[in-house]
Design a protein around this ligand. Structure first.
Ligand SMILES: [Zn+2]
Length: 164
């Protein structure tokens, strides 16, 4: 038996003001993005903003549906829009924030496994890691570099070796 340990790392900032200007501004864009959240069922509004290498900003927000599984998270709305419209302009950073009247949010809301798997695909496609900024109003900001610091056991096909 061999025991393995995997370390992941992220930075925590106390306030948006401590961030570099571009990241600070991207967080404000994520707050703008959540205004278009369609979340009448969960009442949990999520906004995502992508900064592309060209400086262009892409917005995403969670879009729910009365048929629950038909809805989609803010992160995937933004990432799929990027893939469909700007695939040659690499994603440099993604900021994600959330608001709800139902709960107190004191820590950043992290992405679901499906969004992380999609994020992994985007990093692979563009061959560049993406800086992730997670925050809620009045809480700390978590800055995470690259998918390996969020989903170390992500599915990737290089692990699949043909049996023949
Ligand atoms: Zn998700």
């Amino acid at each position: 038996m061999t025991n393995h340990e995997i370390k992941i790392a992220f930075d925590e900032y106390d306030s948006l003001k401590e961030l570099p200007t571009a990241d600070h501004d991207l967080c404000l864009e994520a707050t703008e993005a959540l205004k278009n959240s369609h979340s009448p069922y969960s009442k949990f509004r999520v906004g995502a903003a992508l900064r592309l290498q060209s400086g262009k900003i892409i917005y995403g927000s969670n879009q729910e549906n009365v048929a629950y599984p038909s809805g989609l998270c803010a992160e995937r709305v933004a990432l799929f829009y990027w893939g469909a419209n700007h695939p040659d302009d690499p994603v440099v950073a993604m900021a994600v924030t959330a608001q709800t009247d139902e709960f107190m949010l004191t820590k950043p809301v992290t992405s679901c496994g499906s969004c992380l798997q999609v994020l992994a695909e985007v990093e692979k496609k563009q061959n560049k890691p993406i800086k992730i900024l997670l925050f809620v109003e009045g809480g700390p900001i978590w800055v995470i570099k690259g998918i390996e610091n969020q989903l170390p056991f992500l599915f990737f096909e290089e692990r699949l070796i043909t049996s023949s």
